[in-house]
Ligand binder design. Sequence first.
Ligand code: FCB
Length: 472
Amino acid sequence: MTTTDPGTGVGQDVLRFPPGFRWGAATASFQIEGATAEDGRGPSIWDTFAARPGAVRGGDTGDPACDHYHRYPADVELMAELGLGAYRFSLAWPRIQPLGAGRVEPRGLAFYDRLVDELLGKGIEPVVTLYHWDLPQALEDRGGWRDRDTAHRFAEYAALAHEHLGDRVRSWTTLNEPWCSAFLGYANGVHAPGVVDPKASLEAAHHLLLGHGLAVRAMRARASADHRFSIVLNFGALDVDDDSALDAARKVDGLQNRLFLDPLGGRGYPRDVVEDTAWLGDWTAVVRDGDLDVIATPIDWMGVNYYAPTRVAAAADPLVVTGGPFPGLRGVEFLPPRGEVTGMNWEIDPTGLTRLLQRLQRDVGLPLVVTENGSAFPDVVEGGEVVDLARTRYLVDHLRAVHAAIAAGVDVRGYFAWSLLDNFEWAEGYSQRFGIVHVDYGTQVRTVKRSGRALAAVIGANAVPTTGYDLP
Ligand code: FCB
């Protein structure tokens, strides 16, 4: 398994990643921190939602999660053991501004000071996400992302977090997956705040994008030259069986991908999506002069979250409302997954990641970073070990898929495994384990899984084996 090839290693028995490729793992504040009522933290929409009977599987809540709020030094130590060069995590807005506006809670900022310092002390680069879904409840009480004012509050929060941590943090992401915030949150309501109002969900999408642009402007105005700004999107890699499904694929691609990519790229909202959704009412009435310029504020890289492909077909009736999170979608049928699936019943298709990265290289033209990719399986600890072969295969196959994209000329700069730790998987509660490190929620004992060791080996070699899964 050795090669002296300084390039990508194609044709060798390993696939080598470019020098300087960033290796990391990702988490999000609400999913791991716990301590939801400590040190002045205000309630978030996820605290409220989780308290609603039936909203989260098993009635699970954000406590204790991984108790990372108290255990972060040991967790950073684990990252160092795995050889991670970078760690992607999110700041909890309600820890920093308990009411989402105005008063700043110094104890909230102090927690992130300690975390960042701990990371830097171990040579791990902090990659900060400002918003991974835990909106302060006080803002939701005024309409949340349905209200334009939230975009301005977000920019203020971004500026103050950046001002506080910008002396040590270079890499800043505004939003994680605005598609989920807007459509799971406000269209079908399976995520917080649990609102079912498809037209309002499109208005929320606009306000999220506006908040992103305002935040980038606010931070860039005071940033050092080496600061880098980004947004993280969850993309659908669409699969169709034949041409009869092409129009269905266009519609889903529109609401999943282009609704976000086009305005970020300065092209405004896609005309076909606006037409397809017009029957809900004119949600574009919330778009004011100048908004599209703000949304198109240049960024430095784009984060790509990929888990599974999306299979679509044309529904027999072109006007039948598809339902689910896609607002206004009609005439589309989502097909069940094929072949092997994960614990989430998500299809396993690494080729979708290669195709997606190639498409984004064409359509975005920015450096790309895989900011999330991973799989849930029902792991067990046996004899102090977690032999998670299915997750190890998923990881290695998706790394090969990333490598294939790089070999085809796509500018991919890094890969972050989702997730460092098993954690609170939103509406699925603690029932789905995505970690490369197992967490026993009763004792808070961490056990590095075989997949975690595999990732450590890949990082050590800056390469994956061309075939097989024979990693230490
Ligand atoms: C993504 C979320 C992340 C995690 C994974 C499984 O959509 O960004 O928090 O829940 O899915």
